[in-house]
Structure formats: C-alpha cells, structure tokens
Design a binder for this molecule. Structure first.
Ligand code: GLV
Ligand code: MG
Length: 324
C-alpha cells in the first residue's frame, strides 16, 4: 500500500438512485414508497425554465411533509452557470428542514465549482445550526469535468459520490449518439476474414473509457462511483446489460429514471448469495492458513492471497449493509 491513505466516505447503500422531477409532485409519494436506495428530487434538466420556481417550492414542501423513511434524499440543484442555483441551495437548505442528506451538483467542471457550493452550504449550515452535515454527489458529464475528475473528487470533505451523466457527456464531447446510454454500432471492430473470408462485426462499449476513468477517480478519492441514466425505459434487457457492465467495473449502483428500473438496479448491485458464501469461505480459509503461519492458501484448487481476502471483505461488508 502507499503511505498515502485514502479516507473512505461514509458508507451508504447506493444501488439504485431514482430521479424524480421537482415539477411532478404527484410522483413524490410513490417514490417514497418505492424500493430505491436514494431519491434525487430534480430542479435541473427535467424541469422546464418556467417551472423552476414552482419545482423548488414543491421540493421544499416534500422535504417537510413526506415520510421518506430511511431513504437517502438528495436534491439536484441547477448548474453554477445559471441564475437559479444560488436560490436552490439557499431556499432548499433554509426552508427544507433537516431531512435532506445530499446535494447533487450537475455539470461540475472544476474543483472550484465544488468549493463554491461548499462555501455556500457551510455558511447556511452554520447560520441555521443544522445538525446533519450535507454531503455532495457530483455528476461528471462534461469534457471539462472528466478532465478534472480527480481534483473534483477531492475538492471537499462533503464529497460522497461521482455519477456518470452519460447524456450530457455525449453532448459535451460531441459523441455520435442521440440516445441516453445507448450504443452506436459504428463503434465496433471488424474482425479479420477467416479461412472462408467471413468477417464479424463486434460491437464495443463506447462508454467504457469515460466510465472507467470516473470510477478510478472516485475510488482513488474514497468516493462511491455511480452509473447514470439509461433512456430506453421499455428495454429492461439493455438496462441490465448496461448496469452489469458498470457493476463489473466497480460502480456501486445506477440511476433509475423510471420506477421499473429500481428493482433491476437493486438486483444487479446486490452481490449474489453464492458469491457472498464463497467470499466467506475465502476469509475462513485464509484465517486457517494464517494460523499455520502461511500467507497464501488454496480453496477449490485456486490460490488465494491477501488480495483475494480484501476482495472478499468488500463483498461481505456490502452484503451485511444490504441485510441491515
Ligand atoms: C444526467 O444528468 C445526464 O446528463 O446523463
Ligand atoms: Mg445531465
């Protein structure tokens, strides 16, 4: 290990994160009763400019009146380049009571963006004597944000998670797609001809690099990486495929932009029982080996060492958190 120790953010379950437009208060109760781990009430891109003020009022009312149970509640504020953002923070924090857990900062571009919101939030917390400290989730969804992703991730002690905002990221990088999180068949590999001259077209994941880059920055900073939206709400197979890729790479969860995506995300980001059982056996086997003064052991014909133990510990801790 490096001598530099990475401080881990507070542990929270973030398998599914349901987006709810602040301008649709009819959806709030349903979201509160759903199985999502996190809800973000949106003041940004799902709200039309004429509805911004009303959406803010709806969100404040919901924070005061709706029973969200144990869910983690976030509000997505407008971007720092708008004239809505300061009032989003001030009004929601001053009038929304203690229920809010997180503020989601969209289109974050530099560490200074995070610093600016931190300054505002800190002043308000001190003024109103807020007991619970607000955490930050940041959406990495511009070329600038991706370029500065590690500095952003380490810009504030409030930071908890990074989210891959695939739709805006595509717009910002001028990627050739109009879907939200869907693929472009042109991003593919043509195989060399086989002996009969046949060739295959093998699709590749055009989002692999930016998602991986964000995950690395998040983990290096001790934050949760979370995959963003998938727009084809009727195509659950494609959602699962996208969520599985994110899970395999190390994301903690994925957004749900429709309630039907919540269960899909919860399932994919919950480690399967067989894997948890295997992780427990790895920990047991290693304990036995260590008793005999060995640094490695074998289980089911496979070598296990301290790296396997760390992987197993992560899985067992996650399973325990879910059980709670
Ligand atoms: C989310 O905000 C996105 O742009 O994908
Ligand atoms: Mg966006």
């Amino acid at each position: 290990m490096s001598f530099f120790s990475v401080k881990q953010t507070r542990t929270r379950l973030n398998r599914s994160e349901l987006a709810v437009p602040g301008s649709s208060p009819d959806f709030f109760e349903k979201a509160a009763k759903s199985d999502t781990d996190v809800i973000f009430l949106d003041l940004e891109d799902s709200v039309a400019p004429d509805d911004k003020e009303k959406a803010r009022e709806n969100v404040i009312k919901a924070l005061n009146e709706i029973d969200f149970g144990k869910k983690i509640i976030s509000v997505r504020i407008n971007g720092l380049d708008t004239y809505y953002m300061y009032r989003d923070v001030v009004d929601v924090m001053e009038q929304g009571g203690e229920r809010l857990d997180l503020i989601m900062i969209p289109k974050v571009g530099t560490a200074k963006d995070v610093y600016a919101v931190d300054m505002l939030v800190t002043q308000i917390e001190n003024k109103i004597g807020r007991k619970k400290k607000i955490g930050f989730e940041m959406i990495v969804e511009t070329a600038l944000g991706m370029q500065n992703v590690y500095e952003i991730a380490t810009a504030s002690k409030r930071n908890e998670s990074l989210h891959f905002g695939i739709a805006d990221y595509a717009a910002s990088t001028k990627a050739k797609t109009t879907g939200i999180g869907t693929q472009n068949p042109k991003y593919s590999v043509l195989t060399d001809p086989d002996s009969k001259g046949n060739r295959d077209v093998v699709w590749s994941d055009m989002w692999h690099y930016p998602l991986s880059r964000m995950i690395i920055a998040a983990r290096a900073a001790g934050l949760r990486p979370v995959d963003g939206p998938f727009g084809e709400i009727k195509d659950s197979d494609a959602y699962k495929s996208s969520a599985n890729r994110a899970a395999v790479l190390g994301c903690e969860g994925k957004w749900a932009i429709h309630p039907s995506q919540i269960d899909l995300a919860n399932k994919i980001f919950t480690p399967p029982e067989e894997e948890v059982a295997k992780a427990k056996r790895i920990l047991e086997a290693m304990k036995e080996a260590q008793k005999q003064g060995k640094g490695a052991a074998s289980l089911d014909g496979r070598l296990i060492d301290l790296a396997s133990v760390r992987q197993a510990e992560v899985m067992v801790q996650k399973a325990e958190l879910i059980k709670k």
